[in-house]
Design a protein around this ligand. Sequence first.
Ligand code: NAP
Length: 281
Amino acid sequence: MTAQIIDGTLLSKTIRADIAQRAAALTSRGKQPGLAVILVGEDPASHVYVRNKVKACEDAGIRSVLEKYDASLSEADLLGRIAALNADPRIHGILVQMPLPKHIDPHKVIEAIATAKDVDGYSVLSAGELMTGLEGFRPCTPYGCMKLIESTGVSLRGKHAVVIGRSNTVGKPMALLLLQANATVTICHSGTPDLSVYTKQADVIVAAVGRRNTVTADMVKPGAVVIDVGVNRDDKGKLCGDADFEKVKEVAGYLTPMPGGTGPMTITMLLMNTIESAERG
Ligand code: NAP
C-alpha cells in the first residue's frame, strides 16, 4: 500500500480562502478582524514564525498589529500592554510569541490575555473549556491536525487514536479533541516502555515528539492515518518529521509530509480562531 499524502499546504489554501471571505464580510460591516502579535527579544526562530503569521494575516485581510520589544522589557510593562490590547475593540486576538526572556513568567503572561482573545488557546480557562466540551479557542496545532484528519474522510468514531507526546500545547489538547470526536484515545510519552505496542493497534497516530524516526514502518498498522507534527532535521540538515516518511508511506493509508503538513495548518487555525473571535464579539 502507498499512503495518500495529506497536503497541508493545499488544505490551508482552501481554508484561508474561506477565512479571507469571512474577513472581507466583517470588514465591509466596519469590523475588520485584528490580531495583535507581541514579540519580545531576538530569538531568530521566533522572528521567522512571527513574520509568517503577520504575512498570513495580511493575505487573508486580517489586520495585524505587530509589537516588537527589546529583551529587557519588564514583565510589568508586558502585562500593561496586554491589558491595553484586551481593552482595544479593534483587536480580536492576542498572541504572545514564546519563548519569552527568562525574567518573564510565561504563565502569568498567558493568563493575562482575555479568554475572549486567547486565539492560541493556551490559557487555563481555554484548556478548561476544551476539557469540559465548552465552546472556546482550540490550540492551533491540534486543531489543524483535526482538520487534516477530517480531510481524509476517515471517521474517528470508534477508532483507536494514539497520540505520542503530552505537551500542554500539542499532545494533551490533541488527545482531548480526538476524544471529543469519539475516538478511543491512548496517550504515549517518554515513559511509555514500548511505543509499538500501542501504535500497531492504532487507526490514527499523531506523533508530536520532536525526535526523528520515532514512528517507523513496523510500528504502523496497514492503512492507518499518520499525522506528523514533529519538526526535526535529518543528517543532511533537511527538515523532517517524527515519522520515517519514505518507509511509513508504504504502510500507512494517509500520511502528512514535513514540511507541508501540519505546519501551514497551524497558522491557518490561528487565522480561523481570530475570525471566529471577531464574528463572536
Ligand atoms: P515538547 O513539549 O517537547 O513535548 C514532547 C513530548 O514528546 C513530551 O510529552 C515527551 O514526553 C514526548 N517524548 C519525548 N521523547 C519521547 C519518546 N522517546 N517516546 C515517546 N514520547 C516522547 O514538544 P511540543 O511542543 O509538544 O512539540 C512536539 C514537536 O512538534 C516538536 O518537534 C515541535 O517543534 C513540533 N511542533 C510542530 C508544530 C507544527 O505546526 N507542525 C507546532 C508545535 C510543535 P514527556 O512528557 O514524558 O517528556
